[in-house]
Design a protein around this ligand. Structure first.
Ligand code: UDX
Ligand code: UDX
Length: 440
């Protein structure tokens, strides 16, 4: 059993704290947001994430997990201090490190004994060295410490499972002994552990996220070509995915990537390259392809509705940037809803969990209690998030409720032939052959 502190109780922080407590350690989660901490103490989670509440509450009851806003209390007995605060995009795409800096200063001021500081947030290459300098500079008197980078690879919606069953643990440090100690903490997760230097570990995170984003933009480019040539990208991806060198994952064409990581991480990596005089040609293309997806969907809908969206009632199936989360950060739904509204459409939406979070961002959108109420009198439904519960809707009922029978499937979750047989005008993205057939 080790004493661990996790600073930041956002996605990365709360999941890290819960999982290390579950592995039998004593963990304190710290956040500067008092309301979040008060809620956590009462078992109220800051985010919607399957399985999170159960694991947090179980470990709180067992006395292994507690929460505080006090650095003095959090660092008193701590041996390992994880940093998991946000690193949003700055104005030019660079990562904004003000939160990491604030945490480093607070650690420096409150540490009373040697510590291993472990950074989990995605930070620009070189940040680990910078954190070490800040801590040194702000310590009232010198106390030894080490900085280790341990990037997080969890996906929202399956964060607990990803954290408990990682594909690998990457550790980077100039202090091999400290990295070995952090490796020990991760042994129960039974994943391969790689120890490298700080900057390389930081780069592995960016390179991994940029590669996955590239896969998505690649398949979206193929989707465009499929449409032009009359092929179905969904089948193309299945056929490609059987090749083990390619793999089936992250080949779903559609509205492109959103969320708190891919958009900002690809941007930040491109920024880091450009800053050093390198031309990140591939990353620029990845971003450009992704940026085209949202307006493309609006234009396609316009086309399907006779060239004019004014007065048309459009229902969005899904708002969150992906299923199983209420996270609206850089969700394609935001741009799509706004563009539809600017084009004069009347926009409705239904999402199983993200409507509260979305209402504050999208006041122009009318939130609906379920897909059927939303379909009543609607001209078109647009699939924005591939929630499982949308996959088996009663389309006969929906057809009878809608005014015009248009379905634009931004995530390619439906069978084009089945919907066209029911009398819908259906289009997906990149489904040339099927799309052409049902359009006839
Ligand atoms: C994380 C990572 O940190 C980011 O680098 C990665 O790319 C995406 O995931 P996330 O957990 O989603 O970010 O961040 P967020 O949900 O914004 O949570 C950060 C938490 O840190 C907030 O609760 C905030 O109150 C807290 N915080 C912030 C502090 O406790 N101290 C600070 O000084 C700043
Ligand atoms: C991602 C990484 O997967 C994770 O390892 C990293 O640490 C944080 O960023 P997350 O943003 O939670 O996780 O979601 P992910 O499942 O990767 O999806 C990101 C976006 O890509 C979503 O908007 C999703 O809809 C989109 N996506 C994903 C596609 O458009 N097609 C795909 O095939 C896969």
């Amino acid at each position: 059993m080790k004493n661990i502190t996790v600073i930041g109780t956002g996605y990365v922080g709360i999941v890290t704290a819960a999982v290390f407590a579950d592995l039998g350690n004593r963990v304190i989660g710290l956040d500067i947001n008092e309301e979040k901490i008060e809620n956590l103490k009462r078992g109220i989670m800051p985010i919607y994430e399957p399985g999170l509440e159960e694991i947090v509450c179980r470990n709180m009851r067992a006395g292994r997990l507690s929460f505080t806003t006090s650095y003095a209390e959090a660092l008193k007995e701590c041996e390992f201090c994880f940093i998991g605060v946000g690193t949003p995009s700055g104005v030019d795409g660079e990562a904004d490190l003000q939160y990491v800096e604030a945490v480093a200063i607070s650690i420096a001021k409150h540490m009373t004994h040697p510590l291993i500081i472990i950074n989990k947030s995605t930070v620009p290459v070189g940040t680990g060295d910078w954190v070490a300098e800040i801590v040194k500079k702000h310590q009232p008197s010198p106390i030894p410490f080490s900085v280790v980078s341990c990037p997080e690879f969890l996906r929202e919606g399956s964060a607990i499972a990803d954290c408990l069953n990682p594909h690998r643990t990457v550790l980077g440090s100039l202090d091999r002994e400290a990295a070995e100690k952090v490796a020990q903490l991760h042994l129960p997760l039974r994943a391969p552990i790689m120890i490298t230097d700080l900057r390389t570990a930081e780069m592995i995170k960016y390179a991994s996220n940029a590669f996955l984003a590239t896969k998505i933009s690649f398949i979206n480019e193929i989707a465009n070509i499929c449409e032009a040539l009359g092929a179905d990208v969904k089948e193309v991806a299945v056929g490609m995915g059987y090749d083990k060198r390619i793999g089936p994952q992250f080949l779903e064409a559609g509205l492109g990537y959103g969320g708190s990581c891919f958009p900002k991480d690809v941007k930040a990596l491109a920024y880091m390259a450009a800053e050093k005089g390198r031309h990140p040609q591939l990353l620029e293309a990845v971003m450009a392809i992704n940026n085209d997806r949202r307006p493309m969907v609006v234009n396609r809908l316009k086309e399907m509705l006779g060239g004019d969206l004014r007065g048309k009632v459009v229902g969005l199936l899904g708002l969150a940037f992906k299923p199983n989360t209420d996270d609206m950060r850089d969700a394609p739904s935001i741009d799509i809803a706004r563009m539809l509204d600017e084009n004069g459409a009347i926009v409705r939406a239904y999402d199983p969990v993200a409507m509260d979070a979305a209402a504050a961002i999208l006041p122009e959108v009318k939130m609906m209690p379920d897909p059927y109420t939303m379909a009543d009198g609607a001209d078109a439904l647009v699939v924005v998030t591939d929630w499982n519960e949308f996959k088996n809707l009663d389309f006969e009922r929906i057809r009878d409720l809608m005014r015009t029978h248009v379905i634009l499937d931004g995530r390619n979750i439906y069978d084009p032939a089945a919907l066209s047989e029911l009398g819908f005008r259906y289009r997906g993205l990149g489904r040339g052959y099927n799309g052409a057939r049902v359009e006839e």
